[in-house]
Design a protein around this ligand. Structure first.
Ligand code: ADQ
Length: 501
């Protein structure tokens, strides 16, 4: 039974843990999302009461909301409330402001002479899409927690909900702790000049209505402090790299590096179905060395330069021809956004060129498999010799963590210095600048010719690092910090004030 001092944790995220499929009158099938956040939250729910607020994604999600009259429902042990924004508002919020504008700013993916253009549509989407949808989230949360006699900690997730702290304060004042977590990189002040002042200032000041803001790395947290200092009049860090004072509130900027669900991943790789996938892949690879990449088709993941580097490797080191296989497991994503569909076309063309130049009747140097198949991805990770993770910018990159955990070949991780994972895994990976195609090709050569002892030494250390930090700890650390702050507040307010002389 929950005591009245136990906190209520509210997670708010654009996408929820489940999707629904209507099967009959008032009956729905529940599909559980695969993300680490769902697992972490389920574990958190064993310790605290948790409510998850998310947006509908499909027509059937909307029917589910209607059927339950918008009320909180317990689904597979998680209390869930779905908000159902107007489709036009959602379109502006999601497809104009969040993706691509904020995502592109934070991954610095610009083609500056041409893009971005802040158009009338951008302004309209900010006013009539992003802000109202954030407000809907805040209202739904306020409705759900109203009257609670327990401490409430609200944790908005990621760049879709930057305005949520502001609306939450409007709805709930100081009764709640607000602690967003930002999954993607936070660049320094210069990147944010792209936003008009009338968007930039409300966005930053909203985040500073939180009690603390969580980031993947210390660098992101520091960049956030610098950005706020640079743009917000009256914001002071007082020389600190991890906190900022603004309008009477001292807001901490903290790093909580996300991880994976170690048990779940290990269980999945041991299952028979994964073994079957692995056998199929082994038939494709044969006795060649496997260079693997596993990502969404996403400009920030830098798929194209990965192929260019492979081509350079085959040009400069002909001894690897026929002896190496590049396998790319790619999930097409956000295909409605031009930059994404163009990126996929370029990737396919580059792979086609490599195959046209080097393949023979026994060997096709590049294999691309499109589709979202997590089991197949884990199976491939078991057998790589090289895992290529070369993003231009990445909050963390969970593929790097999954890969080093499950790999059985003492495979080498080639890792971009601009992935958040670099700070934990960089020491035992081969690290590269994502822009240096030649450097990457030479790293591939180095990995392909590395001694077995060296590979083993690095692989063991990488595995240990990942095993030591599970996604549950990522969540617990954030909640514990909020609880600690709550307890110190309580102590302060219950300490009798010293009578004045
Ligand atoms: P993403 O950008 O989605 O996440 P990432 O961290 O790599 O990137 O997670 C992707 C997940 O999808 C992994 O679990 C991976 O195995 C899976 N996946 C990728 N390609 C796949 C494929 N072809 N088939 C099947 N499964 C595939 C955002 C941020 C990251 C941050 C996470 C979590 O951009 O930087 O690490 O959130 O905070």
């Amino acid at each position: 039974m929950t005591k009245s001092t136990d906190p209520l944790i509210v997670i708010a995220s654009n996408r929820g843990p489940f999707s629904f499929e209507k099967t009959g009158k008032g009956e729905f099938d529940v599909k559980r999302g695969a993300g680490g956040l769902v697992t972490a939250l389920s574990a958190l729910a064993e310790r605290h009461e948790v409510l998850w607020v998310a947006s509908t994604m499909t027509k059937d999600d909307r029917k589910w909301v209607k059927h339950h009259e918008g009320q909180v429902q317990n689904v597979e042990g998680i209390n869930l409330k779905l908000v159902d924004p107007d489709p036009d508002a959602y379109e502006g919020y999601y497809n104009v402001i969040a993706n691509p504008l904020l995502w592109f700013i934070q991954h610095q993916l610009w083609d500056i002479p041409r893009k971005p253009s802040i158009t009338e549509e951008t302004w309209k989407s900010w006013e009539e899409g992003y802000k109202p949808v954030n407000q809907i989230f805040a209202k739904a949360i306020a409705e759900a927690v109203e009257g609670s006699d327990r401490p409430v900690i609200v944790m908005p997730q990621d760049y879709h909900l930057y305005m949520a702290p502001h609306y939450l304060r409007q709805e709930l004042g100081e009764q709640v702790q607000i602690q967003p977590f930002i999954h993607i990189p936070w660049p320094g002040p210069d990147a944010w000049r792209i936003l008009p002042t009338q968007i930039r200032i409300p966005l930053l000041s909203s985040l500073l209505e939180s009690d603390r803001v969580g980031f993947q790395t210390k660098k992101d947290a520091f960049n956030f402090v610098q950005t706020c200092r640079f743009y917000l009049e009256g914001a002071h860090s007082h020389g600190r790299r991890d906190a900022i004072e603004y309008q009477g509130r001292d807001v901490a900027a903290r790093d909580f590096p996300i991880s994976i669900d170690v048990n779940r991943v290990q269980t999945m790789v041991a299952e028979h179905e994964t073994q079957l996938e692995k056998n199929q892949l082994m038939n494709i690879v044969g006795d060649r060395s496997l260079i693997l990449r596993v990502d969404r088709v996403e400009p920030s993941k830098n798929n194209l330069r990965g192929f260019e580097a492979y081509r350079t490797l085959l040009e400069n080191h002909p001894e690897h021809r026929g002896k190496v296989q590049f396998l790319a497991l790619l999930v097409p994503s956000r295909m409605k956004v031009g930059a994404y569909s163009d990126h996929l076309a370029e990737v396919m063309a580059e792979a086609g060129m490599i195959n046209a130049t080097y393949s023979n009747s026994f060997w096709e140097p590049v294999r691309i498999v499109l589709g979202d198949n997590y089991r197949r991805a884990l199976a491939a990770m078991q057998i790589y010799d090289i895992l290529l993770v070369n993003p231009i910018a990445d909050g963390m990159n969970l593929v790097a963590k999954e890969g080093v955990l499950v790999n059985q070949q003492d495979g080498v991780l080639i890792l971009s210095e601009f992935a958040g994972a670099f700070y934990e895994l960089g020491e035992n990976a081969l690290t590269v600048s994502p822009f240096d195609v030649y450097g990457l090709s030479e790293m591939m050569h180095k990995a392909l010719t590395m001694s077995g002892t060296e590979r083993q030494r690095r692989a063991e250390k990488l595995r240990k690092t990942v095993m030591a930090a599970d996604v549950r700890e990522w969540f617990y650390a954030q909640v514990d910090e909020a609880l600690h702050a709550l307890n110190s507040q309580d102590k302060k307010s219950s300490t009798p004030s010293t009578p004045s002389a």
